[in-house]
Design a binder for this molecule. Structure first.
Ligand SMILES: [Zn+2]
Length: 177
């Protein structure tokens, strides 16, 4: 999966191949590449065959994407921040079925708001918890889940200047169903 390298080029960002992750500050030796490997392995302490644990998958993807917007398309920020808002503020019990519905809603929204851009928080100021913390500090399923929830909540709070925008999206999405 080299897409992220192309996206970084497109976003005008140079990726560093060593040291800490240049975006989230994770304690890596091979930078963003290692940060993404940890993310892609998906924290094996959690049993994702259990439907009740799917929520952690969504939180992981949202937290990681919003900590690394430079390797994603700009509208991904709307999607992932809106999803976190729906989960945290509206208590929506997110499922795999809801994600394409949110994407569909955002496709209509995008057409109306072509110039809207959610400026990310400064690099390295997107939450203190990172992929390496979760990898190193979660000793069992329970501690892994707790850390993931804290991670996602922290990242969500760091994007708080855009909460009013995603609140409008969340309301529109909920009213549309
Ligand atoms: Zn990172």
């Amino acid at each position: 999966m080299q897409d992220y390298i192309d996206l970084a080029v497109k976003n005008g960002v140079t990726l560093f191949d060593s040291g800490q992750c240049q975006f989230c500050g994770a304690n890596t030796k091979r930078g963003i590449h290692e940060c993404l490997e940890i993310f892609n392995l998906g924290f094996q302490e959690i049993d994702f065959s259990n439907i009740e644990n799917h929520i952690y998958r969504f939180l992981i993807v949202d937290a990681h994407t919003l900590q690394h917007p430079e390797i994603h398309g700009r509208w991904n920020n709307h999607f992932h921040l809106s999803r976190l808002h729906l989960i945290f503020k509206y208590g929506i019990n997110w499922t795999y079925k809801l994600s394409p519905k949110l994407s569909d809603y955002l496709n209509v929204y995008k057409a109306l708001k072509q110039n809207e851009f959610l400026t990310p928080p400064e690099i390295l100021k997107r939450g203190t918890i990172t992929t390496t913390d979760i990898k190193e500090k979660s000793t069992n399923q329970k501690s892994c889940k707790e850390l993931i929830r804290k991670w996602a909540m922290e990242v969500y709070e760091k994007w708080n200047i855009h909460h009013s925008i995603v609140d409008e999206i969340a309301k529109g999405f909920l009213n549309r169903k």
